[in-house]
Ligand binder design. Structure first.
Ligand SMILES: NC(=O)c1ccc[n+]([C@@H]2O[C@H](COP(=O)([O-])OP(=O)(O)OC[C@H]3O[C@@H](n4cnc5c(N)ncnc54)[C@H](OP(=O)(O)O)[C@@H]3O)[C@@H](O)[C@H]2O)c1
Length: 223
């Protein structure tokens, strides 16, 4: 079984931040938000890290255009997703991927709140295994919507096929502000993830950059 085709989408400031030091992540403009909702309507599932759920409490549904809500997938090793999180509002199926470290009682509470909980990994959620599992559930196109930590883990493991970044005409600075990709980072530029520029488009005052990732492995052919 292969994994889904994965598109990483984000909005960042010119200095590469996806949120400010205070956690403000409202970086997209109206036209870019319309594009993101259209993109969501075109995928089978949206995946985020639990850090994004805790910081932004997003809905991850399609609201600005007509279309079907994708399945919502939260990567949440210790089951920290609050039972009253908006991703559990019932408007779409929500899968919470946890590791064996997650407390059993919390898993029960999440299931009662409507989540489908799957255990994928002992200490950490095994991303490649999770993606194969999602593919077996019929998910062929998957939209990765951050944040910084999960973006790094997915890119590092060669699990991203396409990157779409809307660059806002803002500079917010802040050494501790989250950037597009966090994690440990590569020591040498030549070892970084290699990209091929596919298109450059103006969306209002933002610039949308779309790249194909070289050397991504294991995606199904569907795009
Ligand atoms: N501008 C944008 O487009 C945009 C989009 C999304 C988010 N954001 C911003 O990004 C920030 C959140 O980013 P973040 O880096 O704090 O959190 P994140 O990437 O959303 O979530 C990271 C968490 O995922 C969990 N996880 C479980 N298994 C993992 C694995 N195998 N690899 C990596 N992570 C795994 C970890 O928590 P456990 O150890 O508990 O499992 C980890 O701390 C927020 O400020 C949000 O506003 C911005």
């Amino acid at each position: 079984m292969t994994r889904p085709y994965v598109i990483l989408n984000a909005a960042m400031t010119l200095d590469g931040k996806i949120a400010t030091v205070a956690g403000d992540s409202k970086i997209s403009c109206e036209r870019d938000l319309n594009r993101v909702h259209k993109l969501r309507a075109s995928v089978d599932a949206v995946i985020v890290g639990v850090g994004t759920v805790l910081a932004d409490d997003p809905l991850l549904t399609v609201r600005r255009v007509r279309g079907k809500n994708p399945v919502r997938v939260i990567v949440d090793g210790e089951a920290r997703t609050p039972v009253n999180a908006r991703v559990l509002n019932g408007s779409a199926k929500t899968i919470i991927a946890v590791s064996k470290r997650a407390p059993k009682r919390k898993l029960k509470e999440l299931r009662v709140a409507g989540a489908e909980v799957i255990v994928v990994g002992n200490r950490k959620v095994k991303l490649r295994r999770l993606l194969k599992r999602l593919r077996s559930l019929g998910i062929r196109r998957l939209l990765l919507e951050g944040g910084s930590t999960i973006n790094w883990a997915m890119l590092k493991q060669g699990l991203v096929d396409e990157v779409c970044v809307a660059v806002a005409p803002r500079i917010v600075g802040g050494a501790k502000a989250k950037s597009l990709v966090g994690g440990a980072g590569f020591a040498d530029v030549r070892n970084g993830v290699k990209l091929k520029l596919l298109s450059v488009k103006k969306i209002g005052k933002h610039i949308l950059l779309t790249y194909r990732v070289w050397g991504a492995r294991g995606a199904s052919k569907v795009r």
